[in-house]
Design a protein around this ligand. Structure first.
Ligand code: PEP
Ligand code: MG
Length: 580
């Protein structure tokens, strides 16, 4: 008998394959005393784990350098430095001998002690060091416990990954060639894992709660990421049914791909631009192949994935690569949006009670101005090589925008003094993703050159529904009247004050919302590559009048349930081949 589990479709597709259970860093530290006679054995375990960990990191580094980029690979150099630090290894050996406790326990204590004692120090270098330590100790402990530490970079056969959750570095190092799909217990449609899956065009289902406890390594599994359904140990009939389904989708995809060179224009000749949301520079080719007319959101967080901060040159190269590739089309680089679910190198240092309401995005950058200025310098320098726009995330007030712009201005002046060329008229825009920014978009319009609506956050902050919490995902509803009202306010202010507007939240890349958004007045859509073709198909099949009528009908309805029902049935009837 097969077992069916349900989750949230995060990235579409159907895959049939073998399960690979990956528990990541969810480990329990064993604590026990050892005898005098066991000391040598414990030291030998430590040495063996040390060696193994070094080899692993060298291997990962090589693999990333070959398959992704040297910049990303360099992130792991600092890990090796930590492992080779004689002071730390010596301290561990001494403690094993003197305190006669098992090595996992000792390593965990050393790591915690260092983090606690040094986390208040305002020294960027030391901070990086601490983070390296904690990460490396996790890896060492995994090796001591001999759990399946093989991170996803060492996959060598095709598999469907089941994990409690995937961190950004899990997804960055995973050997994508062998990852058929992934299924996670946690997360929602707009969690970073889900966004990454779409960026990498890997079918994914998130928020299954129980996926990892229901599946065993090697089980045959069907992932239907159109309907958020996972079938564990399917019957022969189920496999045949889904194989046929897969064939139909491949045909549909081919058919839709024929649209890619045609203009993105409605039947009544209104141009709707399709831009890309870029997670990694490596995606640039696939974006262009899908017809992206530029990049509406270049999430720069990938550069800050791990422990050491990227310097100006590393950042410049990553931005320049994309900017030159798309030139003369625009590339909108968003400054670092760390915090919330995008917890990277600083996660141990910045544990907050309410991370989504905490020191996130522009707030983090304003408090870490050296880091912010380095990024601004790199973006400004990249503007010398093509059409670059700067975008600040999570602006919640006019004052905040003015402050951010002051730092930008200072950075520009410094570059000018140094004689370094950049575009002095670089457009500066903001993400509208906090209700206050939407409501106050009239005032904000006077201080920036463009708006981009981030509905992933706008929905979460408007409805007070955590975007990554699977247990309340049914409350995360972009069709709530409050959200629709805010979306309309933004369009109205953008038109009234002539501020160019785009939308880059995930709903911009979901076909079911396309007509509604066009009806509300949106004309520029930024999305991940995998749904650009179906969206263009919709754009080319409708008139603006039709969209406006649909939007106005929907806005008259009583509540979001009825809105959804009507919208889904309308879109299903009009585009029976796109919706499944
Ligand atoms: C958003 O909030 O809609 C957005 C595009 O930004 P992110 O998903 O990166 O927070
Ligand atoms: Mg956001």
């Amino acid at each position: 008998m097969s077992t069916v589990i349900k989750g949230i479709s995060a990235s579409p597709g159907i895959k049939i394959g073998k399960a690979h259970l990956y528990l990541g860093s969810n480990i329990v530290i064993p604590r026990y005393k050892i005898n005098k006679n066991d000391i040598e054995r414990e030291l030998a375990r430590f040495d063996a784990a040390l060696e193994k960990t070094k080899k692993e990191i060298n291997g990962i580094q090589q693999q990333i350098a070959d398959s992704l980029s040297k910049d990303l690979a360099n992130i792991f150099s600092s890990h090796l430095m930590v492992l080779e630090d004689p002071l730390i290894a010596e301290q561990a050996r001494e403690k094993i001998k003197n305190e006669k406790r098992n090595v996992e326990w000792i390593l965990n204590d050393i790591s915690l002690e260092l983090i606690n004692s040094m986390s208040s120090i305002e020294d960027e270098y030391l901070k990086e060091k601490i983070i390296d330590l904690s990460d490396i100790h996790k890896r060492l402990i995994n090796n001591l416990l001999m759990t399946d530490t093989t991170d996803l970079s060492s996959l060598d056969t095709e598999a469907i990954i089941f994990a409690p959750d995937l961190t950004p570095s899990d997804t960055a190092v995973m050997n994508k060639k062998f990852v058929l799909a992934f299924v996670t217990d946690k997360g929602g449609r707009t969690s970073h894992t889900a966004i990454m899956a779409r960026a990498l065009e890997i079918p994914a289902i998130v928020g299954t709660f129980t996926g990892t406890s229901k599946v065993k390594n090697g089980d045959t599994v069907i992932v239907d990421a159109y309907h958020g359904k996972v079938i564990i140990k399917p019957s022969k009939e189920e496999i045949i049914h889904y194989q046929n389904f897969q064939k139909e989708f491949i045909l549909l995809d081919k058919h839709l791909a024929e649209l890619k060179h045609l203009p993105s224009m409605t039947l009544d000749d209104v141009e709707i631009s399709i831009l890309g949301n870029l997670e990694l520079p490596e995606e640039k080719k696939i974006m262009k192949e899908h017809g992206a007319q530029g990049i509406g959101l270049y999430r720069s967080e990938f550069l800050f994935l791990d422990k050491s901060l990227p310097d100006e040159e590393i950042q410049l190269n990553s931005y320049r690569e994309v900017v030159e590739f798309f030139k003369p089309a625009p590339v909108t680089i968003r400054t670092l949006d760390i915090g919330g679910d995008k917890i990277y190198a600083y996660s141990n240092l910045y544990k907050e009670r309410n991370p989504f309401l905490g020191c996130r995005a522009i707030r983090f950058c304003m408090q870490n101005s050296a880091l912010f200025k380095t990024q601004l310098r790199a973006i400004l320098r990249a503007s010398n090589y093509g059409n670059v726009k700067i975008m600040f995330p999570m602006i919640s007030s006019v004052e905040e925008l003015i402050d951010a712009r002051t730092i930008l201005k200072t950075t520009m002046n410094e570059l000018k003094k140094e004689g370094i060329p950049f575009n002095e008229d670089i457009p500066v825009g903001i993400m509208i993703e906090v209700p206050s920014a939407a409501i106050d978009s009239d005032h904000l319009s006077k201080h920036c050159d463009f708006f981009s609506v981030g509905t992933n956050d706008l929905v979460q902050y408007t409805l007070a529904v955590d975007r990554i919490n699977e247990s309340i995902s049914s409350l995360y509803n972009p069709l709530n009247h409050a959200v629709l009202k805010l979306l309309k306010i933004i369009v109205d202010n953008s038109n009234k004050y002539s501020v160019p507007l785009s939308i880059c939240g995930e709903i911009a890349g979901e076909p079911v919302y396309t007509m509604l958004l066009m009806g509300l007045g949106y004309r520029n859509f930024s999305m991940s590559s995998n749904l650009m073709h179906p969206i263009k198909r919709i754009i080319r099949s409708v008139t603006i009048k039709e969209c406006e009528e649909l939007a106005s009908e929907l806005l008259k309805l009583e509540n979001s349930k009825t809105i959804r029902k009507k919208l889904v049935s309308y879109m299903n009837t009009k585009f029976p081949n796109i919706f499944v």
